[in-house]
Design a protein. Structure first.
Length: 157
């Protein structure tokens, strides 16, 4: 398992050889990860109420993220509050899924081994037909990562 879980062979090979200077789009078939970890399985995890509150963010553009109190009761994640926020059009961000979803832990470890860099996996759930978070919410982190990442040499010895 590796970047090939997310990208076609040529895309993974290209990204390991050199980091692009502009956005890239790769055509791909449905990889096995998409069959194992589905939007429905992630939504199911949200609905269990087992998500640690410090790994959740709820946002609806143009407003900032809500306080954790918006989805907690007695210091714990409140499943019913999270579901209500989602149903009201909020984007729910579930952070660090590689810590709690075994398939994502394996994918994260494989990508780290292949690239030599740590990573994390977040899911953003926005109800159909809703804006949820604004596009600018997600631009900052990507540019920092892009400028600091250098691919590990794949030359064989």
């Amino acid at each position: 398992m590796s970047l090939r879980l997310l990208l076609p062979e040529e895309g993974a090979t290209e990204l390991l050889a050199s980091w692009p200077d502009e956005p890239r789009v790769f055509d791909r078939s449905t990889p096995s990860l998409d069959e194992t970890v589905t939007a429905e399985s992630i939504r199911g995890y949200l609905y269990t109420g087992c998500v640690p509150a410090n790994e959740i963010a709820a946002v609806k553009a143009p407003n900032p993220s809500l306080s954790q109190n918006a989805y907690m009761t007695d210091g714990r994640t409140d499943r019913a509050k999270l579901v209500r926020l989602y149903e009201r059009g909020y984007t729910i961000r579930l952070g660090n899924l590689q810590r709690v979803v075994p398939e994502l832990a394996r994918a994260s470890d494989a990508i780290q081994t292949e690239t030599g860099y740590s990573n994390y996996i977040h899911a953003f759930l926005t109800p159909p037909g809703e804006q949820g978070a604004s596009r600018s919410c997600f631009l900052g982190a990507g540019s920092t990562t892009r400028t600091s990442w250098t691919p590990r040499s794949t030359a064989s010895t």
